[in-house]
Design a protein around this ligand. Structure first.
Ligand code: AMP
Length: 207
C-alpha cells in the first residue's frame, strides 16, 4: 500500500507519519526533511531550495519531483508513506505517472483537517530537536525529552513565514483535495484531536 499525507503545515503530518511507520512498516519520505538535509549539506539543490523554504514558499515542482522520483526508483516494491508531497496538482499527477511506470499505484490520500487558527497556534509553539528530529513544543524547554539534544525553532515557523505557508497551502495545495476526491482516494480525518485519537481515526480509515 502507498499513501500520501495531506494537510496544512502544522496539521500533524510528521507526528502521524511516525506512528504510521511504526505500525505499518511504511518507508517514510518527507520532502521537507529531504530538503532540510540538502540545505544542511550545502548541496546545489539545498542552496536553491533554501530561499524558497525560508520565505515559506514552495520549492519549484521540478526540483521536488526529481528528488521523489529518484527515491521511488531505488526500491519500487516498498510501501511508501509520502509526507509533504505532493503539494501541487502537477506533483500529484507526476506521482501517479511515476508509480504507474514502476508498476504500482497510490492507494489513499489521508487528509488531516485542522482549522487555520489552530495551525498558527501549533506552529508558533513548535520546536524540533537538532539531534533526533523529535517534534515537540516550546513547553519542552531547550532540551529534547527523547535524546537530550538541543531544541530549536525552524526559520519557517516564524510568524511571517507561517502566514505565507498558509496562503501557499490555500492556493496551491488545497486543489489536491479535489483531485483525490475526484478519483475516490481521499480519506478526510479530523486532525484537531490529540495525536493518539487522530491516529486511531487514520488506522480505522486505512483498514
Ligand atoms: P514541511 O516540513 O513539509 O513543512 O516543508 C518545509 C518546506 O519545504 C515547505 O514550506 C516548502 O518550502 C518545502 N517543501 C517541502 N515539500 C515540498 C513540496 N512537495 N513541494 C514544494 N516545496 C516543498
Amino acid at each position: 500500500m502507498n499513501i500520501v499525507l495531506l494537510g496544512a503545515p502544522g496539521a500533524g503530518k510528521g507526528t502521524q507519519a511516525e506512528k504510521l511507520v511504526a505500525e505499518f512498516n511504511f518507508k517514510h519520505v518527507s520532502t521537507g526533511d529531504l530538503l532540510r538535509a540538502a540545505v544542511r549539506e550545502g548541496s546545489d539543490l539545498g542552496k536553491k531550495a533554501k530561499t524558497y523554504m525560508d520565505a515559506g514558499d514552495l520549492v519549484p515542482d521540478e526540483i521536488v519531483i526529481g528528488l521523489v522520483e529518484e527515491l521511488l526508483k531505488k526500491d519500487p516494491s516498498s510501501s511508501y508513506l509520502l509526507d509533504g508531497f505532493p503539494r501541487t496538482t502537477t506533483q500529484a499527477v507526476s506521482l501517479d505517472t511515476a508509480l504507474d511506470k514502476l508498476g504500482t499505484k497510490l492507494d489513499y490520500a489521508v487528509n488531516l483537517v485542522v482549522d487555520n487558527d489552530a495551525v498558527v497556534a501549533r506552529l508558533s509553539k513548535r520546536r524540533c530537536c537538532k539531534m533526533c528530529g523529535y517534534i515537540g513544543s516550546a513547553d519542552d524547554g531547550s532540551t529534547c525529552p527523547k535524546c537530550g539534544g538541543e531544541m530549536f525553532q525552524r526559520d519557517d515557523d516564524q510568524e511571517e513565514a507561517i502566514k505565507n505557508r498558509l496562503v501557499t497551502f490555500d492556493t496551491q495545495t488545497k486543489p489536491l483535495i479535489d483531485y483525490y476526491k475526484g478519483n475516490g482516494r481521499l480519506l478526510d480525518i479530523d486532525g484537531s484531536k490529540m495525536p493518539d485519537e487522530v491516529f486511531a481515526q487514520v488506522k480505522a480509515a486505512l483498514s
